[in-house]
Design a protein around this ligand. Sequence first.
Ligand code: ZN
Length: 372
Amino acid sequence: MPINASRIRDLAGFKGLDAPVTSLYLDVDGRRRIRARDVEVALERMARPVRERDHPEGHASVCADLDRMEAYVRGGIDRSRARGLAVFACSAHDFWEVETLAVPVADRLVVNHTPYVRELEAVVARHERYALLLADRQRARLFLFHQGELTDKGDHLDLLPRHDDDGGQMGKDQVAGHTAAAAHRHLKQAAAAAFALFQEQGFDHLVLCGPEDVTAEIERDLHAYLRERIAGRAHLAAGATEDEIRQVADDVEAGVQRALEAATVGRLRQAVGAGAGGVGGLDAVLQALVAHRVDTLLVSEGFEAPGWRCRACAWVGTLGRRCPLCGTDMEQVADVVEEAVEEALVQACRVAVCRDNADLDVLGRVGALLRF
Ligand SMILES: [Zn+2]
């Protein structure tokens, strides 16, 4: 279920040549929308004005997209796990893609010549992979958390050799009542299980949960790769429920995200101040993008601005109508920021969508760290 950058690139690559693409983001979170009907009403409210608007390039196709979306939602969504829904449709091309997300998204309905993937990009940027190791001196549990989904990886603990590596010492310790030695072996195995999971499936961050003395002991036993990935520690009992574990993961993730955003915007501020390596403001960013100089694009969540896009050469800018690069008449677009994000994705740039970052807002709500 987690969505990744290559899937987004595939979606962003679709062009509705005969008719525009309808992109829907729908908040289906049961904590906010209690009844299924609440979700249907939210979609109907968004769909009505889009149906009434004229779409000269393919009105029938857009209306068919909306019909199909409404039928899909009425058909029922399993909301036990899903909090967000993303649907991309272009009936004229028989194009229909659904992404079910375990993380929330804001409601949005967009009609454009390509799928509106900015919200998905924000989901990927905001949600890295986390491993959680819960332990006390008797038991250990291991989980992966990614885009709101928690997966039990306890099998990694079971797979570890328990006695082969110590000549049966662990069993002897327990029989002899050497509980401290046995507990130490147990924590060592927990640390080894976390590393085995890292080697097999990879993760960006590790969260250690348990009493302080236990997490400290695990940390000493951890592989150096994992020690530098520790993103948080929590006093969570080894027998915690999955909801409690998910909550801890959510909190740690939010903290990591804030710190990362602040650091990236800090780098941008420094670069802009030094006049090298970074630019701020829409015009400068679009110019850098067209010149393929962007390494990381930073955008304030919700920032939109009208502008122009050249279909002939991919120029994007705030001023029209003639393309300054190839001279073609450009197409006016309601949100050139979205065009910039799409272009950045096509160029395989990193895209960071920042929430409530005053420093980025001061720089013009959009900025870019440059490759050269
Ligand atoms: Zn052009």
